[in-house]
Design a protein around this ligand. Structure first.
Ligand code: ATP
Ligand code: MG
Length: 568
């Protein structure tokens, strides 16, 4: 490619809403352009990178035995009604009607469609397993599209779906996909970890996320320094918390605690001169369901925070909102004095770690009163759920070592769905005994367009992008320093033509621009190497610049062949 012909509109201005350097540099270097909130176009250089990532993903998926298909971006709402997700998915699902009033959705994920493809076409266990995947456009009407390609509304995903005749075979495929994803992200040159995850709106049981460690990541992940345990904070577990502090031993009784309505758990423990560990905190939320909403109270230790995703999973609500003062009053609750004992007519959950604990203090559901000497023996097991946020410094559930907190960007997510979709959608096969059974399914996603941004979030400096050899649009940028110097032009053009004949990824900066301007573009765009045909050319020398380090090396033209072999 000749730079003089390339459409890559580089600019000095950063987009005004951009916070992350990956977003700023991809726009400034002309890889992508924005057309609307969360909507991006891939320009020529961006398209090359996107395709390279796609190819690596495709290569490894094919090697793992999956078959590529392409499903429509639009799918009929009817399929989403069959699975029960039409209502459950929430506002990210964009619903619309055609001219005949038929209802459709823009696919945010394709479980329903792929089940429809396979049902009644695969009938016997003998035809299983089957794994179909695509690399295609998704649409999710994200509440907060931001960070450029990292969280768009329209984006490219690799989504694969596997069908099995047993859970054991599904687990085998799940492990194979963990291996396959590990190969893909390793080939991309990323630092990542597979972590235990919450299953979100996709559902099912076991799921793992692949997280690229990055300081600007949106996800919090807890990792154990000692063993391999790693989990998203939304799904993280810990060894049960303990304390050395003295428990406030007391006989069960109601106690006058005039500490005020808006008092904090700290004020309560200050009042009793005890550790917050021994108090029970009430977090009051409004749970939104398909056609109702209700107040739900979550009880966790005073020293813990409620983890919202865990809380939402316990209620199976579409969304949890903070309850307003009026909501709380209407539900008959007394803010600041709410406790699980004697609490009636309100749904509530208690954190697992409070089960069978003693010597606790909690609200008495009466203004200015708390109970002391509380024992947690009398609640039904359905009341208990994992609700507490795991923090840095808490202990690993596997080996008891300290957990550390890191930031990550989710680039892949693999799920064991089981029969979550096949069962309601009547997608079944005949097993070895001639019995009809819903398929056991797995699903596996990779954020392909998100990865374009992740490559740069993981590799940049203050001048611009730094592409690695696997994903760069071109490997070598041959820069003609002075376009009026005929000898320079002739040499550079010849070298460019020769390398192109050898199918090397090379670009020739033949623009009639100042040298400094061309170098700035090289640094902003971030090709791995530049070869400068400039001042020293008359002495038979050219300069090789490595983008990652910006190190320059003068090379004798006679030794250029050897050097270029190293580059490519
Ligand atoms: P997130 O928690 O980041 O919203 P998710 O759990 O909703 O992700 P999945 O449904 O598992 O994501 O989708 C598979 C992959 O698609 C994700 O691992 C991620 O890399 C990518 N992805 C999801 N949402 C977006 C988005 N809005 N923009 C770009 N990529 C996305
Ligand atoms: Mg999401």
């Amino acid at each position: 490619m000749r730079f003089s012909k390339l459409f890559t509109p580089t600019t000095k201005e950063a987009p005004k809403d951009a916070l992350l350097l990956s977003h700023i540099f991809l726009i400034r270097a002309g890889f992508i352009s924005q057309v609307g909130s969360g909507l991006y176009n891939f320009l020529p250089l961006g398209k090359i990178v996107l395709d390279k990532i796609k190819n690596i993903v495709k290569d490894e998926m094919d090697k793992a035995g999956a078959q590529e298909i392409s499903m429509g971006v639009v799918s009929p709402s009817e399929l989403w009604r069959q699975s029960g997700r039409y209502d459950a998915y929430g506002k990210e699902l964009l619903r619309f009607k055609d001219r005949k009033d038929n209802e459709f959705v823009l696919g945010p994920t394709h479980e329903e469609v792929v089940v429809d493809i396979v049902r009644n076409r695969i009938n016997s266990y003998k035809q299983l397993p089957l794994h179909l995947y695509q690399i295609n456009t998704k649409f999710r009407d994200e509440a907060r599209p931001r960070f450029g390609l990292l969280r768009g509304r329209e984006f490219v995903m690799k989504d694969g779906y596997s069908f099995h005749s047993s859970i054991e075979d599904l687990k085998r495929e799940f492990d194979l996909m963990e291996e396959t994803y590990t190969k893909i992200f390793t080939r991309l040159g990323l630092k990542f970890r597979a972590v235990a995850a919450d299953s979100g709106a996709i559902g099912g049981s076991g799921s793992k996320e692949f997280m690229v460690l990055a300081k600007n990541g949106e996800d919090d992940i807890l990792t154990c320094d000692e063993c391999l345990y790693a989990a998203n904070v939304e799904a993280a577990r810990r060894a049960k918390k303990t304390t050395q502090k003295e428990p406030p031993e007391a006989v069960f009784a109601k106690f006058h605690t005039p500490i005020g309505e808006d008092s904090s758990i700290e004020q309560l423990s200050e009042f009793f001169k005890i550790d917050t560990f021994y108090t029970i905190k009430a977090v009051i939320k409004k749970a939104i369901y398909k056609d109702k909403s209700e107040i739900v109270v979550f009880f966790v230790r005073g020293c813990d925070a409620l983890q919202e995703i865990k809380a939402q999973n316990a209620t199976k609500a579409l969304e949890l909102l903070d309850a307003s003062k009026e909501d709380i009053k209407k539900a008959g609750l007394i803010a600041g004095f709410c406790g699980p004992i004697g609490l009636e007519n309100v749904k509530f959950f208690i954190d697992n770690e409070l089960k069978e604990e003693k010597n606790l203090i909690c609200g008495a559901n009466e203004q200015d009163y708390h109970y002391v000497g509380v024992s947690m023996f009398n609640f039904k097991s359905e009341r208990y759920a994992d609700l507490a946020t795991v923090n840095e410094g808490d202990l690993c559930p596997c080996c008891n070592d300290k957990l550390s907190l890191a930031k990550g960007i989710e680039v892949g997510h693999i799920f064991q769905l089981g029969q979550k979709y096949s069962s309601p959608m009547n997608a079944a096969f005949l097993d070895q005994n001639g019995k009809s059974q819903p398929f056991f399914m797995g699903c596996y996603g990779i954020g392909v367009s998100r990865l374009v941004a992740v490559m740069i979030e993981a590799n940049h400096d203050d001048k611009g992008c730094i592409w690695n050899k696997q994903t760069t649009p071109y490997m070598l940028d041959i820069i003609i320093s002075n376009i009026k110097n005929e000898a320079q032009v002739k040499f550079a053009t010849r070298l460019y033509e020769d390398l192109k004949m050898e199918k090397k990824e090379v670009i020739l900066d033949d623009r009639n621009e100042r040298f400094g301007f061309k170098m700035n573009d090289f640094e902003l765009i971030g090709f791995p190497y530049a070869l400068i045909v400039g001042k020293e050319f008359d002495d038979g020398k050219v300069e090789l610049v490595e983008r990652a380090t910006l190190k320059k090396e003068l090379i004798d033209i006679k030794e250029l062949d050897v050097k270029l072999k190293e580059v490519f």
